[in-house]
Design a protein around this ligand. Structure first.
Ligand code: ADP
Length: 404
């Protein structure tokens, strides 16, 4: 069974084609700058040997329809392709950012599902319309293949009201759906499952804290396989310090910015989403660059790293208390998988909580799942490469097999 996974943004389509029976990725790529003067399509064919061949095309891709058509052309191309015909694709799995309270799980897309994703547009005004465009285009190009939606928010729908409700008038939740939703759910769910596999215990018997540190960053408290709290909120702006996003801050700061600095709502939105976080504190949003700057003696970068890791450490403490019992901590995504320094700073001084990192194990780079806690640590600390696309493909397969 071959499953195409697509993640559609406002001007991009990322894709991966999986052969589920042989547990292989056949091809992956991305069409970028769709609708702009110079669009770029990067397509990588993965050979059976594991080697890969990449083709980069530059030209104009006017819209998502043209973009996905070109991707399909490449997938069936004699030289760069990996299948003979598009009919070999059994299903298309879509990443959909906001499922609101309507979706607790992966769902086969029909008219009702499309209507519900549309209803959630106010909650994700940038993402959901782009995801809908991807669904529409894929449905027209693959009319016979089931289209499946995998929601970023679904894994967090088990969070109890005490953790998702903001302390503001209750009717804002009831009428206007103002509450914590959480994001990166596909990644948190995937690494929690992998952690259980690695530890050789059922997920239903484990309490985990999962820490996703990419350009966006979030944490989740996962109790016996069910998420009970997460750091992002109604939007992905809340919680941890991120590349360009502030994460948690005093909710009265925007009033100050508006009243005293005369900033407009739009300017404040840009400030907190695009010019804050690591970038706001030290001028660089890429963690590798921040670490380089710090190593070169840059004081701003040093303090930015302290703020970044202190926030994570505080959340570890908070989620330990929320879970009452902790078996494992999982670091994942670009920074979590690659930066021994960040992992060490987040766990430093937590020995009394049974969290003991092993400096030597932690410092060894790797691409595989690995344990970095000391042998005596009560809480296992793991590094687990995330794979949201694979998880979307697995979920897609599961729901279409259950329906047939
Ligand atoms: P996205 O959220 O866009 O998927 P990634 O998960 O790829 O992002 O993470 C990107 C982040 O990972 C960047 O800040 C990048 O600097 C960081 N990163 C990648 N490799 C390293 C490394 N070796 N050390 C520190 N940070 C790294």
């Amino acid at each position: 069974m071959k499953i195409l996974v697509i993640n559609t943004g406002s001007s991009s389509i990322k894709y991966e084609l999986f052969d589920m029976d042989h547990r292989q990725i056949l091809a992956s790529g991305m069409a970028e700058k769709i609708g702009e003067d110079k669009s770029i399509l990067t397509h990588t064919k993965i050979l059976a040997s594991g080697e890969s061949v990449t083709k980069i095309e530059e030209g104009v891709i006017a819209d998502h329809h043209q973009g996905l058509n070109r991707i399909v052309d490449l997938l069936i191309d004699k030289e760069h392709g990996v299948i003979q015909d598009k009919s070999e694709i059994s299903a298309v799995g879509h990443r959909v950012v906001h499922g609101g309270e309507d979706f607790h799980a992966t769902t086969v897309i029909d008219e009702k599902v499309i209507a519900a994703i549309k209803e959630n547009i106010p909650l994700a005004p940038l993402h959901n319309p782009a995801n809908l465009a991807g669904i529409e285009v894929a449905t027209s190009i693959f009319p016979d293949a089931p289209q499946v939606a995998v929601f970023d928010t679904a894994f967090h729908q088990t969070i109890p009201m005490r953790a998702f409700l903001y302390a503001i008038p209750f009717e804002l939740y009831q009428k206007d759906r103002v509450r914590r939703y959480g994001f990166h759910g596909t990644s948190h769910a995937y690494v929690a499952e992998r952690a259980a596999d690695y530890l050789g215990q059922p997920l239903s018997e484990l309490n985990l804290i999962t820490i996703h540190l990419g350009n966006g960053a979030s944490m989740a408290a996962v109790e016996k396989g069910k998420c009970i709290d997460t750091s992002m909120g109604m939007t992905p702006l809340a919680g941890l310090v991120m590349g360009t996003r502030s994460g948690d801050l005093d909710p009265a700061i925007p009033f100050f910015l508006a009243d005293y600095l005369r900033m407009s709502l739009k300017d404040i939105d840009t400030l907190l989403n695009k010019d804050s976080g690591l970038k706001g504190m030290c001028g660089a949003n890429d963690m590798r660059e921040v670490i380089e700057k710090k190593n070169a003696g840059d004081e701003q970068a040093k303090i930015a790293l302290e703020v970044y890791t202190y926030r994570i450490k505080k959340y570890i403490g908070a989620y330990f208390a929320a879970l009452e019992n902790l078996d494992g901590i999982v670091f994942t995504a670009g920074i979590g998988e690659n930066s021994a320094e960040i992992r060490e700073l987040c766990c430093r001084g937590l020995n009394k909580l049974g969290i003991e990192i092993d400096l030597e194990r932690n410092s060894k780079p790797g691409k595989e799942i690995r344990e970095i806690s000391s042998p005596g640590s009560e809480v296992k600390i793991l590094v687990i490469p995330t794979n949201e696309e694979l998880k979307i493909a697995q979920e897609t397969r599961k729901v279409i097999e259950a329906e047939s």
